[in-house]
Design a protein around this ligand. Structure first.
Ligand code: RB5
Length: 149
């Protein structure tokens, strides 16, 4: 994976600090961070932020997206409603690596109330450091795409 590619980051109010930590971490590794907020901690609705980030990935404006809410689940569900998005919630590095290798995931979701900052940064590194393997996995990803209509 080459760096200097754009990654969109978004979250709801529950994971602003962790999102900012991830932004600094990946920027230091050369990724271009497109942080679409929110910047302030007022309660907000995760579907709005998941959709906005997903649209930037689906349009090709950003290569990847990293999104966060309390569990990572709700914002992932919203992102996966956008055509072309394959987003998984990860709380471990193995899953983060495998959703790139086998599922060609283009978005990663993390639960800000589930994992601490240290593990979250390792999950991000595992996701961004892995490549889609293609081969037998290609057909299965194509099957997912075919369901999108
Ligand atoms: C917000 O309280 C919480 O519901 C949200 O961050 C997320 O966990 C939903 O999936």
């Amino acid at each position: 994976m080459t760096s200097a590619e754009r990654i969109v980051l978004s979250s709801d109010h529950s994971a602003i600090q962790l999102r900012q930590a991830i932004a600094g971490h990946i920027a230091a590794r050369g990724w271009v961070v497109v942080d679409i907020g929110p910047a302030t901690p007022e309660s907000t609705d995760y579907p709005t932020h998941g959709e906005a980030a997903a649209k930037l990935v689906a349009s090709g404006d950003c290569r990847f997206g990293i999104i966060l809410c309390g569990t990572g689940q709700g914002i992932m569900m919203a992102a996966n409603k956008v055509k072309g998005i394959r987003c998984g919630v990860c709380s471990d590095t193995f899953s983060a690596r495998m959703i790139r290798r086998h599922n060609d995931a283009n978005m990663l979701s993390i639960g800000g109330r589930v994992v601490g900052e240290g593990l979250a940064l390792e999950i991000v590194d595992a996701f961004l450091g892995a490549e889609f393997e293609g081969g037998r996995h290609e057909k299965r990803v194509e099957m997912i795409k075919a369901m999108e209509g």
